[in-house]
Design a protein around this ligand. Structure first.
Ligand SMILES: Nc1nc2c(c(=O)[nH]1)N[C@H]1C(S)=C(S)[C@@H](COP(=O)(O)OP(=O)(O)OC[C@H]3O[C@@H](n4cnc5c(=O)[nH]c(N)nc54)[C@H](O)[C@@H]3O)O[C@H]1N2
Ligand SMILES: Nc1nc2c(c(=O)[nH]1)N[C@H]1C(S)=C(S)[C@@H](COP(=O)(O)OP(=O)(O)OC[C@H]3O[C@@H](n4cnc5c(=O)[nH]c(N)nc54)[C@H](O)[C@@H]3O)O[C@H]1N2
Ligand code: SF4
Ligand SMILES: [Mo]
Length: 720
């Protein structure tokens, strides 16, 4: 039987609308949906990976247990029971903090995981919570919390209506956008040009996005906060800005003016590598544009001043009157708004504390993943002895991966919920594989939040599910209940058994329906009102258009009696620290390593499908010709890259697309670890940049890893 199913691609944040043709329970074709309300026919080559992963013989389909004689299939019941018993046993003996949990990026693309992960967190009750957010966007969450009072109140650039887009440390032509759900960026940027608008890109590498820009400026890695502070300074000191209707909500403008006065363009030219004239003109042009928006992403986050830089991005938008206005930065009003939803939830315990070993800051209820290995390897009360990872591959995606390998190896018990036996999960005692994307329903709850246009779309399962398979949410609930049962006093166990008997009622689709009813477009549980519900999403499978973004901060701030503090104490302190670091930045010597992304890959885990590994070697070290000459290195030769924590061998690619003094290597490779089951990836192993990045270097406000600007030495591979 042939049929076509509409689905949102869940591989990256763009969330393109797909039409998937199925015949005899097999995908025969994946194409773009021209009528999707937001992607309007955009698709990238990676969409085909949905099928390739589905059919990948290495993908795990049954729970697997590591034994002395190799990996063996076990039943779900046995596997779930063993994981719960072992983890509960460690917690009962050594305290709740002795078991940790890491949640990776694909979890954010799975409604069931987002909806049910809190239950498992509650059952474990450990402070040792980690996610990929501390190697990604935690600085943006913190900046949004400081400015707008909620970690999910993240403003997105209104790319379709702006006249001036200033991009720092993002490459949306390749990444397809991040904290900015805007599928088809090439078309959107063409639209900007056709309106007579301008694109300016600040990046230590001339990226595919920079190639489309009216101007591109190299910046020294980590120096964004200097540039942004200087732009704010020029706007304020020359009186170029007018904060418009937000003026009534602003505090601390005088203090901000004083704090940024240390950063005049002449003072930051040295640390940034951008001339004072360019900075001054940029501030003037940005302010003069009718509608302008500044947008920063991973380059501004994995940065020693990540929170400050992300905060200054929005401050620049505010002082030029571009925040909360069309063509500037706007907050989405999605069908399910995580900002208002989290306000309705019971407050989830302590959100900030210091980590056990290093005293690093915990942020938003989680510890920096840069601290994970030391929490495993450092003895004492509270040492990690057990671990659970969910949809994460921290050995490749977090700093000092080799040390983390040793950390996982040292554990008494480790269980993974994952579809592959990869660099991280090979250390597990048991791997519990959930259904793959095509076998379950989904709603992109997180990425509608950051969309440049409001829409809502429900994706039904594309293929029938193997009756023996379990969805991720079922695994999470089963584990949570079993762990809670094993730790509970006899009285509590009765309630938990009841919960076990009835949890099927709380199917994610029903939970989604409740969330929709509570949301901006819902009926608020007043059925006489007509509001958005799952039934409508099912009836309109290509997605429901909920209209363009518009100003919304008056209502948000007014209802909560919130004000915007332009001199937030944590950020004021960071501006003082920044000023003190000026000379150190200017005096930087040697080579600094940064990352990059490639259009055919997705972080660390898509290298076992043919489309990701065919063609040329993508894991090369980019180096400027002047540096290559200085180091006597030639194009195409194998080189050794060394940092404080380790060394790797890769092939050199000489190009003036990188700034002198900067070298670039993509992340997500390094599949040469024994014990994996990813044959294609292993045959195309290359090296991991995170065997070079330093776990000891973190940003002090939220503890984010500083994965860019790593000091390295590069030599002939044969030398030494
Ligand atoms: N040097 C450097 N390092 C970086 C970055 C960088 O720019 N430079 N970027 C960082 C960023 S932005 C991020 S988000 C992190 C990502 O960090 P992680 O989330 O830890 O890494 P991923 O590579 O996304 O690994 C995803 C894991 O989920 C599994 N998986 C895929 N789909 C599913 C599913 O549906 N269910 C389950 N249970 N498992 C699934 C995969 O097999 C894989 O093990 O990496 C970070 N690391
Ligand atoms: N094809 C593909 N798409 C992806 C992913 C992928 O792995 N592959 N990953 C997804 C994920 S998890 C995320 S979070 C997004 C990320 O989305 P983006 O942030 O758009 O992607 P990156 O390519 O990491 O862009 C970061 C840019 O910052 C630059 N940079 C490095 N250091 C600095 C610095 O100090 N200052 C400045 N100004 N720039 C700097 C880098 O050269 C790079 O061009 O992409 C998502 N989309
Ligand atoms: S851009 Fe992202 S969401 Fe769109 S098809 Fe490619 S991987 Fe999927
Ligand atoms: Mo990410």
């Amino acid at each position: 039987m042939a049929r076509s199913v509409f689905k949102t691609c869940n591989l990256c944040e763009a969330g393109c609308g797909l039409v998937i043709d199925v015949e005899n329970e097999r995908v025969v074709r994946i194409r773009a949906d021209e009528d999707d309300p937001i992607s309007r026919g955009h698709i990238c080559p990676k969409a085909m990976a949905l099928q390739e992963v589905q059919e990948d013989p290495d993908r795990l389909r049954r729970p697997m247990r590591r034994t002395a004689s190799g990996w063996q299939v076990v039943s779900w019941d046995e596997a779930l029971d063993e994981v719960a018993s072992k983890l509960a046993h460690i917690q009962t003996r050594d305290g709740d903090d002795a078991v940790g949990m890491y949640l990776g990026n694909p979890g954010a693309h799975n409604f069931g995981t987002v909806a049910y992960i809190a239950g498992l967190r509650g059952a474990l009750g450990t402070r040792n919570q980690y996610t990929a957010s501390s190697v990604d966007q935690n600085p943006k969450h913190a900046a949004s919390l400081y400015l707008f009072g909620n970690v999910f109140k993240i403003a997105v650039p209104d790319v379709d209506h702006t006249d001036f887009l200033l991009v720092l440390g993002a490459n949306p032509i390749v990444s397809n956008g991040s904290l900015m759900t805007a599928p088809g960026m090439r078309r959107r940027l063409r639209g900007l040009k056709e309106r007579g608008g301008r694109l300016v890109v600040i990046d230590p590498r001339r990226t595919a996005t920079a190639a489309l820009a009216d101007a591109h400026h190299f910046i020294r890695p980590g120096a964004d906060a200097f540039l942004l502070a200087s732009l704010v300074h020029v706007v304020l000191s020359e009186g170029l800005g007018d904060s418009g209707h937000l003026a009534a909500y602003l505090d601390g403008e005088g203090e901000l003016r004083r704090l940024v006065s240390a950063f005049d363009p002449e003072a930051v030219a040295g640390p940034t590598g951008i001339t004072a004239a360019v900075i001054r003109d940029l501030a003037r042009d940005f302010s003069a544009a009718r509608r302008a928006v500044c947008y920063g992403r991973v380059g501004t986050s994995l940065n020693p001043f990540g929170t400050l830089a992300n905060w200054l991005v929005d401050v620049l938008n505010i002082v030029t009157g571009n925040l909360d206005r069309p063509g500037g930065a706007l907050h989405a009003t999605p069908a399910v708004d995580l900002a208002t939803l989290t306000e309705m939830m019971p407050a989830g315990g302590e959100r900030e504390w210091k980590t056990r070993v290093r005293g690093a800051p915990a942020f938003n209820g989680e510890q920096p993943v840069a601290c994970l290995a030391e929490e495993m390897l450092t003895p004492g009360a509270g040492q990690l002895r057990g671990m659970l990872t969910v949809a994460g591959n921290p050995v490749l995606s977090t700093p000092n991966g080799r040390q983390l390998d040793r950390g996982f190896e040292s554990l008494e018990y480790y269980a993974a919920i994952d579809i592959y036996r990869n660099e991280t999960t090979r250390h597990a005692n048991i791997i519990l594989p959930p259904t793959w994307s095509l076998e379950h329903e989904n709603y992109e709850i997180v990425f509608h939040q950051f969309a440049v246009h409001n829409s809502a779309k429900y994706s039904p399962p594309v293929l029938a599910r193997d009756p023996r398979a379990r969805c991720e949410w079922q695994i999470l609930v089963e584990l949570a209940l079993r762990i809670a049962e094993k730790k509970a006093k006899p009285a509590g166990r009765v309630g938990l058994r009841l919960a076990r008997a009835f949890y099927g009622f709380f199917h994610p689709t029903r939970v989604l329906d409740w969330m929709l009813r509570l949301g901006h477009h819902g009926d608020g549980f007043r059925p006489w009102r007509r509001g958005l519900r799952v039934a409508r999403l099912i009836a309109e499978p290509r997605g429901v258009d909920l209209g363009p973004l518009g100003p919304s901060l008056d209502a948000w701030l007014g209802e909560r009696e919130l004000r915007i503090d332009l001199a937030h104490p944590a950020m004021a302190a960071e501006l003082v620290r920044l000023s003190a670091e000026r000379d150190a930045f200017e005096g930087t010597k040697g080579l600094q390593l940064i990352g990059r992304r490639d259009s055919r890959t997705n972080n660390s885990w898509l290298h076992n499908v043919p489309l990701a590994v065919k063609g040329r070697n993508r894991c090369t070290l980019l180096m400027h010709p002047d540096d290559a000459k200085g180091h006597d290195l030639s194009n195409g030769e194998p080189v050794r890259v060394r940092s404080r924590v380790g060394e790797v061998e890769v092939v050199l690619e000489i190009t003036d697309d990188v700034m002198p003094g900067v070298v670039s290597l993509p992340h997500g490779w390094g599949h040469d670890r024994p014990g994996m089951q990813m044959r294609l990836a292993q045959a195309n192993a290359h090296a991991s940049i995170n065997d070079l990045t330093d776990d000891l270097v973190i940003e002090p406000v939220v503890g984010n890893a500083v994965l860019n600007g790593v000091p390295v030495e590069v030599t002939h591979a044969r030398a030494g």
